[in-house]
Design a protein around this ligand. Structure first.
Ligand code: NAD
Length: 510
């Protein structure tokens, strides 16, 4: 019997929704006796209880995926394409349903949730071209009568472990290319907003994905460790915070798995004195506070060069009172609550910490948070932030935007390059030469030029550098296809008996 935990400090809805695993094409109630609370962050109310998997339950999901692999792998590419077109259609038809699930459990506003689904859908659309993406090479007559060709084959069972901040899109970055390449999949979504994954499982079944090809297990470290240690899992994709990404990479690779582990971020936006300041201020507010700052590509530090600083801070300051904070379900809201009360309190604590460290609190989000029990925090702007302060060093992951002032372009680039993270960065300038030099100089995986959130389109790949990614391959796009397949090279001869002879020498190609 599942033990239902009492959520500290939060009210509970009259009837809690129970969120179960999905194994072998059907919902499976957890039997571990462990579970966790799911909230509606806008109301500050517990609305659900999610089952946490035991090692045996993870084993069961992996077994279902292992059993389904041989048949799924053998499904022709034209049939897989047909299924992917159906998945595409169903996700498109259910955009709003998925978005509402995201808003209800994560808190982001509905328009933002719709944007999340749209960006995930682009990855599914990319995967509809899987026959083209899996094409190998062919060399005729490499040696006399010998042809050589390369093919890419699936790995087997792949697993995905995903964060709370994109409960639909990040799983799509993983399962779509994994399945298209012929793998089967076990997803362990964030326990904070798990319902979108179960809804996805239902849609995949409806689209004709065979039972066992896509499975969901919910849970915490117990489930994650069971995945990382499981001998039948060939590859693990992870997206989440840097300490856990490092742990997943080290543990997964030590258990002979291929691992890509995307971590946290501290994304800088450099504003040069020649930039269009109004455009830069719009971008800073949108990228700093969108989704309440809970995006791995959110701008969290503005690096203002020379006289850009005063103009930029003034321009942002006048925009902040217009940011409408409220329930994500309301069409008027532009920014929703944070995901949990605990996270809201942690983010809010950085405002005092910043002041104590010597930063100037231009706007204090605690003063503008809507009333009620929701996990709200208004927008905060900290000026005069210095690189040695915690508010600079830590990934705050909330609606707290910092400004640091420097004198030169070189100083700005040095700050970015010395930062341990390297996920996204942006530069705002009107000078094409400087922008081009910046893309050459900067040690970051995703670069925006007058674009504050440079999330690559689906036919490029997404990933940071340094502590923002452990592993060699970025996620989705061409590198996603590479990650979920391995190469094989075939050297072939159709023998002419007349030329057959014993030759103990090393094979030569002439
Ligand atoms: P998190 O690291 O706390 O959790 C991610 C996943 O790991 C979840 O499924 C969680 O259940 C699991 N997990 C948590 N603690 C664990 C432990 N001790 N052992 C094993 N597994 C554990 O991250 P989060 O708070 O859900 O998400 C926010 C973080 O994700 C931020 O740091 C953000 O920058 C990062 N993120 C990065 C990207 C990217 O592309 N680089 C994208 C989205 C989010």
């Amino acid at each position: 019997m599942t033990e239902v935990a009492q959520a500290p400090g939060a009210e509970r809805a009259q009837e809690l929704k129970r969120i179960t695993h999905w194994i072998g094409g059907e919902p499976v109630a957890g039997t571990s006796g462990r579970s966790g609370p799911v909230y509606n962050p806008a109301k500050g109310v517990q609305t659900g209880e999610v089952d946490f998997a035991s090692v045996q339950e993870v084993d069961r999901a992996v077994e279902a995926a292992r059993e389904a692999f041989a048949a799924w792998r053998a499904v022709s590419l034209s049939r897989k394409t047909e299924i992917f077109f159906r998945i595409r259609k169903l996700v498109d038809e259910h955009r709003e349903d998925i978005a509402k699930i995201l808003t209800a459990e994560h808190g982001k506003v509905l328009t933002d949730a719709l944007g999340e689904v749209a960006r995930g859908l682009e990855v599914i659309e990319f995967c509809c071209g899987i026959p083209e993406l899996l094409k190998g090479g062919f060399t005729e007559q490499a040696s006399t009568g010998i042809d050589v060709y390369s093919i890419r084959q699936p790995l087997g069972v792949a697993a995905g472990i995903t964060p709370f901040n994109f409960p639909a899109m990040v799983p799509m970055w993983m399962w779509a290319p994994a399945l298209a390449c012929g793998n089967t999949f076990v997803l362990k979504p964030s326990e904070k907003d798990p319902s979108a994954s179960v809804f996805t499982a239902e849609l995949l079944k409806e689209a004709g994905v065979p039972d066992g090809v896509f499975n969901v297990v919910h849970g915490d470290k117990v489930a994650v460790d069971a995945i990382l240690e499981h001998p039948d899992i060939a590859a693990v994709s992870f997206v989440g915070s840097t300490p856990i990404a490092r742990y997943v990479y080290e543990k997964g690779t030590s258990h002979d798995k291929r691992v890509q582990a995307l971590g946290g971020a501290k994304n800088h936006m450099i504003v040069l004195p020649d930039a269009d300041i109004a455009m830069a201020a719009d971008a800073a507010v949108s990228a700093g506070y969108g989704s309440a700052g809970e995006r791995c590509m959110a701008v969290s530090m503005l690096v203002a060069v020379g006289h850009a600083a005063d103009e930029l801070v003034d321009a942002i300051k006048v925009r902040l009172p217009n940011v409408k904070v409220g329930d994500g379900m309301s069409p008027d809201s532009e920014m929703g609550p944070l995901v949990t009360g605990e996270h809201r309190d942690k983010v809010a604590s950085y405002i005092d910490r910043g002041r104590d460290e010597g930063a100037t609190v231009v706007t204090d989000g605690r003063e503008t948070a809507p009333d009620g029990n929701g996990f709200f925090l208004g927008v905060t702007l900290l000026d005069d932030v210095k690189p040695e302060m915690d508010v600079y060093k830590d990934e705050i992951f909330g609606p707290v935007l910092g400004v640091t002032r420097v004198d030169t372009y070189d100083e700005a680039v040095r700050l970015v390059n010395e930062n341990p993270y390297g996920n996204g960065v942006a530069i705002f300038t009107r000078d094409g030469g400087v922008a081009r030099q910046f893309q050459f100089d900067v040690n970051v995986g995703m670069v925006g030029i007058n674009v504050p959130i440079p999330v690559p389109v689906a036919y490029y790949s997404f990933g940071g550098w340094k502590s923002s990614l452990f592993g060699d391959l970025h996620i989705y796009g061409p590198e996603g296809i590479q990650f979920y397949t391995r190469g094989k090279v075939v050297t072939s001869r159709w023998p002419d008996p007349a030329t057959s002879k014993v030759d103990l020498g090393f094979p030569q190609t002439r």
